[in-house]
Design a protein around this ligand. Structure first.
Ligand SMILES: [Zn+2]
Length: 223
């Protein structure tokens, strides 16, 4: 995700530089009498200034959010729960329906979710980098319409929260099924890097480290 953002930022940056060069070239092109051109150049210079300030402001806001609390900027958080509090309520093998909803605080949460079942059955550690989920937070997305649910978080070396995800071993785009046998636990950064490749956990493969196969769609998923 951040690779993509950096790429987009780089493209915009390059575009700004090019436009700036064009503006400078137009100014010194020996057409100072062309007042229409000069007024356009002035307008564009003004626009570039505003744009630079805006990018600076956005970058600062992003840094502030990062300092304030890891990846939680995406979610509206209510309370946090211990691993045991949540895993003990997970309904394994159950279907998601009214009867599988459990009240936590003031929110009814469906405990037959495949995501929670995956964490309970396949463990809390990322199969790729090994980081381990340490607590659950009751949250909902700030941008999407959804009800409160639990997200599992690990903490990295600097104390930043890292969201843990349920990954499809055989990606859905390659016919992988929504089934507990096709799930594994993976942190969000590793999952984003994985794309639709297939990653076999070290413990299940013969090689000492996780292997990533097939880079065919890497370019496609870069943007
Ligand atoms: Zn990971």
């Amino acid at each position: 995700m951040s690779d993509k953002k950096d790429y987009v930022k780089g493209v915009f940056q390059r575009e700004s530089e090019l436009v700036y060069e064009i503006v400078q070239a137009a100014k010194s092109s020996g057409l100072p009498d062309d007042s229409r051109l000069m007024s356009l150049v002035k307008k564009f210079e003004h626009h570039l200034t505003i744009r630079t300030l805006l990018l600076k402001k956005l970058r600062k806001e992003k840094d502030d959010r990062k300092r304030a609390g890891g990846s939680n900027k995406m979610y509206d958080r209510k309370e946090t729960y211990s691993i045991e509090e949540i895993l003990s309520k997970v309904i394994v093998g159950g279907r998601k329906d009214r009867s599988s909803k459990v009240l936590f605080g003031e929110d009814k949460i469906n405990m037959a979710s495949h995501r929670y079942q995956n964490f309970k059955k396949n463990g809390l550690s990322c199969v790729s980098c090994g980081i381990t989920g340490q607590f659950f937070a009751k949250e909902k997305s700030r941008s999407r319409q959804e009800s409160y649910h639990f997200n599992l978080y690990a903490l990295d070396g600097s104390g930043n929260e890292v969201l843990m995800t349920k990954d499809h071993i055989l990606p859905k785009s390659r016919g992988g099924k929504d089934h507990i046998s096709n799930y594994q636990t993976m942190c969000l950064p590793c999952n984003n890097k994985k794309g639709n490749k297939i990653i076999i956990p070290a413990s299940e493969s013969k090689s000492p480290a996780p292997i990533a196969c097939d880079r065919s769609s890497q370019l496609q998923s870069a943007l």
